[in-house]
Design a protein around this ligand. Structure first.
Ligand code: NAD
Length: 448
């Protein structure tokens, strides 16, 4: 096999050579290609769904409802959004000047994605990069690269010219590092852990590369006493355990106003117990397997740490036995786990666990809820549950998070900015934000 670093270099060369042609296409032509790619993913949906589930461990149902439809939609969305951007203009009549901005694609975009939503997150980067006229070298996670490879096979049929999309396969320290450190890759969009982002930032610094970093979270849900628990409980179970808790936006800390804390906990634990882990192909299961043995050990380690610090496990790990069919007995499954009694400074409450584990804790005042919610180094997403509009506005504004959901979770309008504050990232992506990231802006002044 070709050495990974040489392979990355060859991919960058191909992308660089293809850039003049692709960036010279009209917006309409590029959109047509992206829409065709969406059509082809949809035409092969079942095959993609099965592959994503088998590769990542997620349920077929989740891949079918979320991963693959959204991957196709990413292409459709940016095919359309990119046709509606305008640039700015200002007049300086007193000196006879007109100022305006122009935007140009940057060149070869380096795109790196993680294993939890493999094709979904890769296409979230490829689509806007291509729509803006860049060519790309993309590296999916080495843990889950099957659907990226399947998509490569559709490129010709979609009319993507050779060299415009290059997918490189390999580990982060080899292929990823070679891509980030390549002098001909002027911008890098990365989704993954905060620790890797630090290495990428250092690696990119000597070249002054443009970086977009979408990183980890430790997302709070704040439940006030006037919340509609009939909506809040099922949604918060879903936000805590969807995709085995392996979504950067999953709820990891739930703060509940003390007045309703016992009622909330009873109902929440009862609902979590019904959120079954098991055979990913069985539609009665809500969770499949975790990504790897190492990750399962890490997630279980957090539960053990919580117990050693006096935390109480109410359901899940160590309490509820999994009823797995023979073929899944050696898989990395873990039941939905709810913990209380962990102090705010514990690593369990401070670090991203990224598995089916959530901690519940009471609060007395709005101020205390905010202090607790903001008391971590991350700032990706948060949820607020209350029927009091004023309270919802106050709390949403003060929460340090790139996205705040009130009385709902994971409702996404791709037009709006997506990204995190603090250690959860730098930059935003979304219709306009992605366009800004994947283009360079220039101010032009014309005197008549
Ligand atoms: P990771 O950081 O280990 O890996 C992500 C990608 O980076 C992989 O493709 C990996 O090969 C590559 N990589 C690793 N080391 C590299 C290096 N030195 N140089 C260049 N590339 C390198 O993350 P992961 O474990 O795959 O994914 C889980 C993490 O991703 C969690 O922290 C999760 O919160 C985060 N995440 C964030 C978002 C978001 O939108 N904010 C979305 C999904 C996942």
């Amino acid at each position: 096999m070709m050495d990974r670093i040489k392979e990355v270099d060859a991919a960058v060369k191909a992308a660089k050579a293809a850039f003049p042609e692709w960036s010279g296409f009209s917006q309409e032509q590029r959109s047509q290609v992206l829409n065709k790619l969406a059509d082809l993913i949809e035409a092969n949906l079942e095959e993609f769904v099965r592959a994503e589930s088998k590769d990542q461990g997620k349920t077929i149902a989740f891949a079918q409802a979320v991963d693959i439809p959204r991957s196709a939609f990413n292409f459709r969305f940016f095919a359309s959004a990119s046709r509606h951007h305008t640039t700015e203009c200002s007049q300086m009549d007193h000196v006879g000047c007109l100022n305006f901005t122009v935007r140009c694609p940057v060149g070869v975009a380096g795109l790196i994605s993680p294993w939890n939503l493999p094709l979904y997150l890769l296409t979230w980067k490829i689509a806007p990069a291509l729509a803006a006229g860049n060519t790309v070298v993309a590296k999916p996670s080495e843990m889950t690269s099957v659907t990226a490879w399947m998509m490569c096979k559709l490129m010709n049929q979609a009319g993507v010219p050779p060299g415009v999309v290059n997918i490189v396969f390999g580990t982060g320290p080899k292929a990823g590092d070679a891509l980030v450190g390549h002098p001909d890759v002027p911008l890098v969009s990365f989704t993954g852990s905060t620790a890797t982002a630090q290495r990428i930032t250092e690696r990119a610094a000597p070249y002054c590369k443009k970086l977009s970093l979408e990183l980890g979270g430790k997302n709070p849900a704040i439940v006030f006493a006037d919340a509609d628990l009939d909506q809040c409980i099922p949604t918060t179970v879903r936000s805590s355990f969807s995709n085995q808790g392996e979504i950067c936006l999953c709820t990891s800390r739930i703060y509940v106003e003390r007045k309703i804390y016992p009622e909330f906990l009873d109902k929440f634990v009862a609902a979590a117990k019904k959120w079954k882990a098991g055979d990913p192909c069985d539609s009665s299961n809500s969770m499949g397997a975790l990504i790897s043995k190492e990750h399962l050990d890490k997630v279980r380690g957090f539960v053990a740490l919580a117990k050693s610090e006096g935390g109480v496990v109410h359901c899940g790990e160590g309490l509820d036995k999994l009823d797995l069919p023979e073929k899944n007995k050696c898989g990395y499954f873990m039941p939905a786990t709810v913990i209380t009694g962990v102090c705010d400074s514990s690593r369990v409450m401070q670090e991203e666990i990224f598995g089916p584990v959530v901690c519940v804790s009471p609060f007395d005042t709005e101020e205390e809820a905010l202090t607790k919610g903001n008391g971590v180094r991350f700032g990706l997403a948060a949820a607020v549950w209350s029927r009091d509009v004023g309270k919802v506005h106050r709390v949403a504004r003060q929460l340090q998070a790139g996205i705040v959901w009130t009385n709902c979770w994971l409702v996404r309008d791709l037009n709006l900015p997506f990204g995190g504050m603090k250690s959860s990232g730098i930059g935003r992506e979304g219709a306009k934000d992605s366009y800004y990231f994947f283009t360079e802006v220039k101010s032009v002044t014309i005197k008549h």
